[in-house]
Design a protein around this ligand. Structure first.
Ligand SMILES: *Cc1c(COP(=O)(O)O)cnc(C)c1O
Length: 356
């Protein structure tokens, strides 16, 4: 990937907070690096972007984002390579998805080159915060929200596009227990499930909490109309393995978030000659396969964990156990290869890494 020549105004923080960080006990998403990016939209145009010391932002109590939810976000990561380089995984894909989310939420799109360069420059300035110590990486959180000071429902005329970054520890995901949800819905056809819109997450918290009370980690969302087809798992895309093939719900709908991890792993396994079916996946098919022992693997795919293997699928009153982790050769290999590409340990033949 190439780098554009855009420039932003830069105000450096006077003192770094990096020495206060306890790298051995990093809580997820609570520690922030020294700087943040801010760019405002007003009078029908994006203004000059700036990089500033990380700080709270003033907020009018009538700010429309907090009343009506015109808010979207992204999530991506930067990695420190063994040779000292810093690299960001596929920011162009996040830029595209951010623009699509903005469009759906009736917000101005951030031009993709500005998005990518803002992410890159911010990571460059806070490069000290990108460490491979303890398997850490730098989580990057771009977000866009409406800032009109008005309690009236209409698309805002003003917005803030911001980026903050947070060093995060290695994501050791224990195999997850998921439950197929047949009452609550994450997204409906015609809705905003395909956008990374804040409200999608707010509305999923209550149903997720109910399944956690039953001992599960997260829900497997099904279609809103009949609850017959599988869509996603929690905030990850979901992939199954039957007969050596990968099977995953088609993204050809408004209801499934088009994950970059899932798209990347599909490209990877296709290059290995493995068959992938992207189609509607029925609950019945998966339950039948789990019961007759043909369901070889099931896993979530997302930026946080890369791959989160599923140990148990709850369905109505049943708890179906999936094969032991040692037998999950393909998903283990996918995770290793994806992580190795991100860390520059093997050749990036797909051109996924943006060097900072
Ligand atoms: C962000 C997200 C994903 C995963 O997307 P990645 O680009 O792979 O991180 C999947 N589903 C939902 C609902 C998400 O919000």
């Amino acid at each position: 990937m190439s780098v554009s020549t855009l420039s932003f105004s830069i105000q450096k923080s006077l003192e770094s907070k990096i020495n206060q960080v306890d790298w051995d006990n990093l809580p997820f998403g609570k520690v922030f690096s020294d700087h943040m990016f801010l760019m405002e939209y007003r009078d029908g145009a994006w203004q000059e972007g700036s990089i500033l010391p990380f700080a709270p932002i003033p907020m009018h109590p009538a700010m429309s984002a907090i009343h009506y939810g015109q808010t979207i976000f992204e999530g991506l990561k930067a990695y420190r390579w063994a040779n000292g380089d810093v690299s960001i995984f596929r920011p162009d894909m996040n830029a595209k998805r951010f623009a699509q989310s903005a469009k759906r939420m009736c917000m101005p799109e951030v031009p993709e080159d500005i998005f990518i360069e803002a992410v890159r420059k911010l990571v460059e300035i806070d490069a000290d915060w990108v460490t491979d110590k303890n398997g850490c990486s730098l989580y990057i959180r771009p977000f866009l929200f409406a800032t009109d000071e008005l309690v009236g429902i209409k698309p805002s005329d003003t917005y803030k596009f911001m980026i903050i970054t947070s060093p995060v520890g290695a994501y050791y995901s224990e195999p997850v227990r998921v439950k197929i949800e047949e009452h609550y819905t994450r997204a409906a056809e015609g809705g905003v499930g395909r956008a990374k819109a804040a409200g999608n997450y707010g509305s999923s918290l209550y149903p997720a909490k109910q399944c956690q009370l039953e001992g599960f980690h997260q829900l497997v969302w099904t279609d809103a109309k009949e609850h017959k087809f599988i869509e996603e798992s929690g905030t990850m895309n979901i992939v199954f393995q039957i007969g050596g093939k990968l099977i995953t719900p088609t993204e050809d709908s408004d209801t499934i978030l088009r994950g970059i991890t899932k798209r990347s792993l599909i490209d990877l396994v296709l290059s290995w000659g493995i068959e992938v079916e992207e189609r509607k996946v029925s609950v019945e098919e998966i339950i039948t396969a789990a019961k007759n022992g043909t369901l070889e693997d099931a896993f979530g795919a997302g930026t946080a964990a890369t791959i989160a293997q599923i140990a148990i699928i709850g369905y109505r009153d049943e708890r179906l156990e999936l094969p032991a982790m040692e037998t999950r050769t393909l998903s283990n290999k996918i995770k290793e290869h994806m992580d190795a590409i991100k860390l520059g340990e093997i050749e990036d033949t797909f051109g996924w890494n943006l060097k900072v």
